[in-house]
Design a binder for this molecule. Structure first.
Ligand code: ZN
Length: 120
């Protein structure tokens, strides 16, 4: 495996995804193998633009942890990115399915997380 570049999970404000050089599948959650074809040494790391379309949205009204209590209600969205992978993240409360969105990064419960806003 080649060295993995840092992304938002390690404090760098970048969204990354993996592309399989073997079958072309894209995946957001980092794995040491391709979830589609199982290839173990063919994954490339790419940087996403942050642009996408809302696939689903759900408003969270109850805090799961004390750290998140200050943020409720907050919206969790599933976004289909222009790069072709789907990711879950925070987003504006008024986002609806089909909205075109762009990611920025905001503090949430002690870390900085991707946050989607409608493209005006
Ligand atoms: Zn593959």
């Amino acid at each position: 495996m080649s060295e993995r570049p840092a992304d938002w999970t390690r404090g760098v404000e970048v969204i990354r995804y993996q592309v399989c050089r073997n079958c072309g599948a894209k995946q957001y959650f980092r794995r040491n193998f391709c979830a589609a074809c199982g290839a173990t040494d063919r994954l490339a790391e790419n940087q996403a633009s942050g642009e996408g379309t809302v696939y689903a949205a759900s408003l969270v009204a109850r805090a799961a942890t004390p750290e998140t209590r200050a943020h409720v209600p907050y919206n969790i969205v599933l976004v289909d990115t222009v790069e072709g992978f789907r990711m879950m993240a925070h987003g504006d409360k008024d986002l609806a399915i089909g909205d075109r969105v762009m990611a920025r990064f905001v503090p949430f419960a002690g870390r900085v997380v991707p946050y989607f806003e409608k493209i005006k």
